[in-house]
Write a protein that binds this ligand. Structure first.
Ligand code: F6R
Length: 606
């Protein structure tokens, strides 16, 4: 959440700061701002809303400084208005911050007593006044910043510049990621390597507790006690090309349509397609004797994990403990000896998932992470990285990353089943073959979006929408409801179909849309009975199924046909309709599909 950039350059840096911020807009887009130093004076431009508003302001009132910091915000403390936008500054210091300063109330009280007037509701302003106060006490800028850091509790990535020295920038990391970029006589700072990719590929990642003194000639890194430390400089593979929509109306639609291709890449990484066998990386743990897997993730990634649980328990007879990371991290769950813990994340930066990972690592678990961003903190802190090959996902609502996560989990279930003696060579070939057919079958679904446009139009009038699924379709029902909520702002809930009569059935009245995900498997008849209960109360059933003869006599208002596929792959197939339903409803509602309100692509705060 929030993106940070900084440049110690040789010519005016405002243009490059905006360029880098564009690449960080996935982290937040409530407001944006930059500050530069010119002739020993700090000056800034800020604007509410998307980055284009800031770019417009800068074109009318340019900034010429050669040293600057920039920020794109996802509001935590204080409304998303210009007054609260970063950088926060006075005549001496300017600060950009990502994270939450947990003791900000205490600091604010202390600083107010000292006579500092707070202009914003942000926690970040306390950092500005702390550093300024230290300067007033006679400390030099570097010491002033270092002393201020020792007062902060919580999570932060910070960039600080000083009017008095335009060859200095302080960077600090405690939680959210931060990377230093090394150019020729130019030094950069960014929330990730992607932001800096147009300028340099030479990157040093700061670790938690690190802070750094950046100058044009290079960077020195210290620990919190002030002891110099060395961090490796790597050559980043982050692409400098800005990803475009490729002719699609939205990134989300492009990403939905990319799924057949990126799933092919992902499964090819874990399967030997010619031999029809699974080639899963060695996790450094004996899968045969493993007693349990712990899975933790947030949001959509947690639903991928839930599908993984059904697969691993059924096909590998491997018990799975799964929980959303925000709960898991505080549950004090007992951990098995020599256990395996698996974390799932598109960004690899989600704060709660990171905390759950560290809890399991401290508890002696072997750590594996399914991540899309290979340079992420989660990838770096795991024993084994299981990459999804989805490519950059720009739409804030996850689509292709989700189905790639499912693909890795499906391959893992086959590998674990094989290692544990529950999947023989014939079954292995059958399941591998089933997975290889997914891209082609998905393309078939994507060929005709008309039914989804039609349905989207109908759903715009709904106040509540229910999603039902049984067994392995239950997580897809949850994912469908989340996707509809976040994109169209229509209230939606996902339920296990069998739970309907334990409460949610009270919501059914004439015309309430109920989307039922029902593969034609051994649970089909049971789900149909639940549909009958909905139909009897006037609910409008939308039936997502590969059942050829329709809904076994139950009246449905729409049957979204899925091609016949192996039941093992059904969650992958059913993901496409639930994505398309949300997409087309959102388009017809006129919401901001790629950047829905209040959301951010990377959630680096709790
Ligand atoms: C919903 C969505 C979120 C993310 C969640 C975890 O469409 O994208 O629910 O899945 O914030 O993010 P990552 O996968 O980056 O850890």
């Amino acid at each position: 959440m929030c993106g940070i950039v900084g440049i110690l350059g040789t010519e005016a840096v405002a243009g490059d700061l905006v360029e880098a911020l564009k690449r960080l807009e996935y982290r937040g887009y409530d407001s944006a701002g930059i500050a530069t130093i010119e002739g020993g004076k700090l000056d800034r431009r800020r604007a509410e809303g998307k980055l284009k508003n800031l770019a417009l302001r800068l074109s009318n009132q340019p900034l010429q400084g050669r040293t600057g910091i920039g920020h794109t915000r996802w509001a935590t403390h204080g409304k998303p208005v210009e007054r609260n936008a970063h950088p926060h500054m006075n005549d001496k210091v300017a600060v950009v911050h990502n994270g939450i300063i947990e003791n900000f109330r205490e600091l604010r009280g202390e600083l107010t007593k000292k006579g500092y007037a707070f202009e914003t509701e942000t926690d970040t302003e306390t950092v500005l006044h702390l550093v300024t106060d230290n300067l007033k006490q006679g400390l030099k800028p570097v010491e002033a910043a270092h002393k201020a850091l020792s007062r902060l509790r919580g999570a932060y990535a910070l960039g600080i510049i000083f009017a008095a020295d335009d060859d200095l920038m302080i960077a600090a990391r405690q939680g959210p990621p931060l990377a230093i970029g090394h150019g020729e006589g130019v030094t950069y700072l960014g929330s990730d390597a992607i932001a800096l990719a147009p300028f340099t590929s030479k990157i040093t990642y700061l670790e938690d507790g690190d802070w750094a003194v950046l100058r044009r000639s290079g960077a020195e890194i210290f620990d919190l006690a002030g002891k110099p430390i060395t961090r490796p400089t790597i050559v980043s593979t982050a692409s400098s090309l800005t990803v475009d929509k490729g002719g699609y109306r939205h990134f989300m639609l492009k990403e939905i349509h990319q799924q057949p291709e990126v799933i092919s890449h992902t499964i090819a990484n874990y399967l030997d397609l010619a031999a029809g066998t699974v080639e899963f990386p060695d996790l450094g743990i004996d899968l045969k004797t493993l007693s349990r897997v712990t899975i933790s993730a947030c949001g959509t990634a947690s639903y991928a994990g839930l599908v993984g649980k059904y697969w691993l328990e059924r096909y590998a007879r491997l018990p799975v403990d799964i929980d959303v990371a925000s709960e898991y991290r505080y549950r004090e769950a007992p951990l098995p000896e020599n256990g395996l813990a698996l974390f799932i994340s598109q960004s690899g930066e989600t704060a709660d998932t990171m905390a759950a990972l560290r809890y399991c690592k401290d508890g002696g678990q072997r750590i594996a992470a399914i991540v899309n961003v290979r340079t992420s903190t989660m990838a770096r802190e795991s024993h084994v990285v299981l990459p999804t090959l989805a490519g950059p996902e720009i739409g804030v609502a996850s689509t292709k990353a989700f189905t790639c996560q499912l693909s890795v989990l499906a391959c893992f279930a086959i590998a674990a089943g094989k290692a544990r003696g529950h999947i023989g060579p014939e079954k292995e070939r059958e399941l591998v073959q089933a997975l290889t057919q997914v891209p082609r079958l998905m393309s078939d679904i994507l060929r005709d979006e008309k039914p989804y446009e039609h349905l989207g139009h109908r759903l715009t009038k709904a106040r509540d929408v229910l999603y039902l699924g049984r067994g392995i379709s239950f997580p897809i029902a949850l994912e469908g409801a989340l996707k509809l909520k976040e994109l169209s702002y229509i209230h939606a809930e996902g339920y296990a179909a069998g739970e309907l009569k334990h409460g949610p059935i009270a919501l059914i009245e004439e015309g309430v849309p109920v989307i039922v995900v029902a593969p034609h498997d051994e649970l089909f008849e049971k789900t149909v009975s639940n549909m009958q209960e909905v139909a009897a109360r006037g609910g409008d059933i939308i039936f997502v199924s590969d059942a050829e003869d329709g809904a076994a006599g139950c009246k449905v208002i729409e049957h979204l046909h899925l091609p016949k596929a192996h039941p093992f792959t059904h969650p992958l197939m059913a993901s496409i309709p639930v994505q398309l339903i949300s997409y087309h409803t959102a388009v017809q509602m006129g919401t901001d599909v790629d950047q829905p309100r209040n959301l951010a692509k990377s959630v680096t705060v709790e």
